[in-house]
Design a protein around this ligand. Structure first.
Ligand code: ARG
Ligand code: ASP
Length: 713
């Protein structure tokens, strides 16, 4: 009997371990759904401590950083931490051969030295509201999707208008569970955000794209910024009169250290997941879309790397682009193997069969046809999806084409005879775009990429979805064609293009319209808009509607299970514990790495592994200060928190709400977690806060920054 009880207890316990760590939860609903579970696992605070509109709470310290990352405030003077790869664009923009902050790092030794970033902002979340009833007001089940969406758009506009009254907040309303629910988010956006510090890439991007998405990891992936405000602590454009922002709340930092099993949680902005896709959708991604996209990026990366490895100026120019391209490229590969190993298709099929049987048994006719209908759409969408992906990943991946596409607007405006004032504003926008474009543009790279990708488009896109380019004959060879095109266009010529913009008159519109690259782009754009987009969007709208019912049905079928909505770049909380994993039979990964591993990986021959001398000196002298543990410094750790792209820079916190690290990645073996979380192997990778502080304090000698923070020893 005892034995049986023990087994039952073990199973119950295991069930908890197995499923508990999946999920990205809405802060507003923690009290209702999660807090008991969190506390049972070791969390010491209340739901109100995380999210509250009545008191200062931890949420007040967490921001959207830029367009796709998370950051957190760590001092009463608006000091902000995020990842190196999140600040990368800003660091790169300030970098030149003379001031190569990418290679050498950057440290402002006082506030005057902090560098402004015109394109960067952070957003503080002020409030979340469930507006489902208001958005779905007047929606009747029998209405067509088109009519429903008209009403929804109108309701959302009205709600936004009302929410914006008397404040300067940005209001965002987003669908959850494919539109079964809607939530509203109010943000306050600060636009004066200055660069304070960044380690050398050999620390901040240590291991580069080889180590990216991998565990064990030794990357010091952080950068430091400061938020500035006007004299009333309100958002203001950059001005030297602005003052450091005084936050409602900033995160205290614990350097007490971590151990296996510790409760840990993450608060941030996961971008997008697709956890509820059916098996046919997984097939399409794993067997068709990812392989095509990978192949296209293989080619792009090969060209970029062949130039960058030979020339430092090019390496700097293409550093940010290269990292962007290689990041998803590698993730797609990991997803394919992870989905296969998890037998995702089989598991999803089993769920679908169960769902079908349940609908039948319970006479739920509204659900009985969902899976077959979805299946049918997936069988129709494949060629369109390929055409869609090639438009984005081949044609638009050619830099000069994507630059030329920015001139669509001015051409349209001239056609519509817009006022001089509007035209002037658009030209100013284009001037800024051109400056950005030419700063990091290398024509030969782009021309080579063009020659690789254009033929791939024609080989892989089904002929009925292809563009027709009258003067292109692939049999005659693409390189000569490309070379002529790149010679003739003004877009590869900085001087000509800038001149045109600086002395712009409406007569120039003809030059733009007839520019050979612009014309080339138009063939593909037209094919895409007339043959692909409308159909593709229509099928997507249909799947969206079907998934809405599917999710509703699943929740009815499993009334005791709490479902979390897919990530949609709104604030979420994930929780779990610090835990290693076994990537394969006979191999066990520990949950942390140390600076000793940085030294082990040192290789002066390889840019990404070339450990700075100063770090080696500190290591040899064991000069680790209060950041050491057992005679070394911990660099990174992993845990079972469910995270995704967008969570980068998110605070990783302990049971008391102290900052113990910065989330920056996931481990390869569980990387398919956007589609299926694997409790055994899905791990988020965190930079240990002690390594971060050690770098600032000991390597950069910027101890004044650490002094600004609240450190718990
Ligand atoms: N994989 C991480 C994320 O998705 C880090 C990416 C930046 N690093 C890189 N080597 N490309 O953002
Ligand atoms: N590195 C990702 C990010 O930038 C995080 C992830 O995908 O796990 O958000």
């Amino acid at each position: 009997m005892k034995k049986v009880l023990l087994i039952i207890a073990l199973c119950v316990g295991m069930a908890n371990i197995n499923f508990a760590d999946e999920g990205m939860w809405i802060p507003l609903l923690l009290e209702k759904y999660n807090i008991q579970d969190m506390q049972k696992k070791g969390f010491k605070l209340s739901a109100e401590d995380i999210y509250s509109i009545n008191q200062d709470c931890l949420m007040d310290a967490v921001v959207i950083f830029g367009r796709g990352c998370t950051g957190e405030i760590v001092s009463d003077k608006g000091l902000l931490l995020t990842n190196h790869h999140c600040g990368y664009g800003a660091i790169q923009k300030h970098s030149t051969i003379e001031h190569d902050y990418l290679t050498n790092g950057f440290w402002a030794m006082n506030m005057k030295e902090e560098l402004p970033n015109p394109d960067l902002s952070v957003k503080f979340l002020k409030r979340i509201e469930d507006v489902s009833a208001k958005v779905l007001k007047d929606i009747k089940p029998e209405m067509t999707e088109a009519n429903k969406s008209k009403i929804i758009v109108k309701n959302i506009a009205a709600l936004k208008k009302q929410a914006q009254k008397g404040n300067n907040y940005k209001v965002v309303i987003k669908p959850f569970f494919y539109g079964n629910q809607y939530y509203m988010f109010l943000y306050e956006e600060y636009t004066d955000v200055r660069l304070v510090g960044a380690p050398p890439s050999a620390i901040g991007k240590f291991g580069g794209d080889t180590d990216n998405w991998m565990w064990p990891r030794h990357t010091g992936d952080f950068s430091i910024f400061r938020v500035y405000a006007d004299k009333n602590n309100k958002p203001a454009k950059y001005s030297k009169d602005n003052v450091p922002y005084k936050p409602k709340k900033f995160l205290p930092i614990s350097i007490k250290g971590i151990k296996k099993g510790d409760f840990t949680w993450v608060m941030g902005y996961p971008g997008s997941t697709q956890e509820y896709l059916i098996s046919d959708a997984i097939k399409l991604i794993a067997n068709v879309r990812n392989p095509h996209r990978i192949k296209l990026r293989d080619e792009r990366l090969a060209v970029m790397n062949s130039y960058a490895s030979k020339n430092d100026t090019i390496r700097i120019k293409y550093a940010s682009k290269n990292a962007r391209v290689s990041n998803s490229w590698k993730r797609w590969k990991g997803e394919i193997s992870g989905l296969e190993r998890l037998q995702t298709i089989k598991k999803k099929q089993e769920l679908e069969q169960k769902f079908q049987a349940w609908a039948k048994q319970n006479n739920k006719t509204e659900y009985s046809d969902i899976i077959p209908q979805l299946s049918k759409i997936y069988s129709e969408v494949e060629d369109l999806a390929i055409a869609y992906d090639y438009w984005r990943e081949s044609i638009r991946a050619i830099e000069v084409i994507s630059f030329a596409s920015k001139f669509d607007n001015i051409i349209r405006m001239a056609n519509e005879k817009k006022s001089d004032k509007e035209i002037k504003a658009e030209i100013e926008y284009l001037q800024a775009q051109a400056k950005k474009f030419y700063k990091d543009y290398v024509r030969n790279i782009d021309e080579d990429i063009f020659s690789k990708l254009v033929p791939m488009y024609f080989e892989n896109v089904k002929s009925e979805y292809q563009a027709h380019v009258p003067d292109l004959n692939l049999k005659k060879g693409i390189s000569t064609y490309a070379h002529k095109l790149f010679n003739k266009t003004i877009f590869t010529n900085e001087e000509k293009c800038t001149n045109l913009l600086n002395n712009f008159t409406v007569a120039d519109i003809e030059t733009l319209k007839q520019d050979p690259v612009y014309v080339f782009y138009t063939y593909f754009k037209d094919a895409y808009t007339t043959k692909v987009k409308a159909q593709y969007d229509a099928l997507n709208a249909q799947t969206n509607k079907l998934y809405r019912s599917y999710l509703k049905g699943l929740q009815e079928m499993n009334p005791d299970k709490i479902y979390y909505p897919d990530a949609n770049f709104t604030m979420r909380v994930s929780y779990g514990n610090i835990e290693g994993f076994s990537p394969r039979d006979g191999v066990e990964y520990t949950y942390y790495t140390t600076i000793d591993g940085v030294i082990e990986k040192d290789n002066p021959e390889i840019y990404d592994y070339d450990v700075p001398d100063r770090l080696k000196e500190l290591h040899t002298a064991k000069d680790f200060g209060r950041y050491q543990e057992n005679g070394t410094v911990n660099t990174c750790f992993i845990a079972t928190n469910h995270t995704t792209g967008g969570n980068s820079g998110s605070p990783v916190l302990d049971a008391e709400g102290n900052l113990i690290g910065l989330n920056f990645d996931r481990a390869w073996h569980g990387i398919q977690s956007d589609m299926m979380f694997d409790p055994e192997r899905s791990r988020n990778v965190t930079l240990d806060i002690r390594y971060l502080l050690f770098i600032i304090d000991k390597l950069a000698g910027a101890g004044h920054l650490v002094e600004e923070m609240t450190i718990i020893e």
